[in-house]
Design a binder for this molecule. Structure first.
Ligand code: SF4
Ligand code: SF4
Length: 178
């Protein structure tokens, strides 16, 4: 008996939601307007603006990347592929020795494997990876979801400006004693 009352309760909620969607004006104005009452939008004809800090796609600032491989090692899905080589750069001071620096040959992220956890962005010590709210990069072929360093670099223009943290959030939280 309790199962039947549960089913009836569920159906009541479903029916109520359906009526609110079909007739957003209520019983006083029973004209069906599902496009007004629905909480969803008719994508791609209608588009919603995601929040500035939404995790849409990852952008690469190639100039900041030192090929340290930290992001690739920490990625739980192993979907970051980096190749580089060492080269000599001019000395920092006059009369100094040339410096050995890492140059980036390849930096790919396979978004068909990525689970958007954000670990790579968090661990990068040189601010080379950024989230952007851009989400329109679906492809017909899975292989096309592999973005190389040029494509990742193109996303940089969609990275939103830094927003101040909420007050208090910059303070270091005390660790919970174990
Ligand atoms: S967001 Fe997570 S899964 Fe995706 S590339 Fe970065 S670390 Fe890997
Ligand atoms: S993106 Fe950051 S963590 Fe990854 S290789 Fe470049 S500098 Fe290192």
């Amino acid at each position: 008996m309790s199962q039947i009352s549960g089913i009836l309760k569920g159906l009541k909620i479903t029916f109520g939601t359906m009526m609110k969607t079909l007739f957003p004006g209520g019983l006083k104005n029973p004209i069906p307007k599902p496009s007004v009452g629905a909480l969803t939008v008719q994508y791609p004809h209608e588009k919603e603006a995601p929040p500035a800090r939404a995790r849409g796609v990852i952008a690469l600032h190639e100039g900041n990347c030192t090929s340290c491989m930290l992001c690739a090692r920490e990625c739980p899905d192993w979907c970051i592929y980096i190749e580089g080589h060492k080269e000599l750069a001019p000395p920092r001071r006059a009369g100094g020795k040339p410096r050995q620096v890492n140059a980036l040959d390849r930096f790919d992220i396979d978004f068909s494997l990525c689970m958007f956890c954000g670990i790579c962005v968090e661990v990068c010590p040189f601010d080379a990876l950024f989230w952007t709210p851009e989400y329109e990069f679906s492809e017909l072929r899975l292989a096309d979801l592999l973005h190389d360093k040029n494509r990742l670099g193109e996303w940089m223009h969609t990275v939103p400006d830094f927003e101040e943290y909420e007050s208090g959030s910059e303070q270091k939280q005390k660790k919970v004693p174990r």
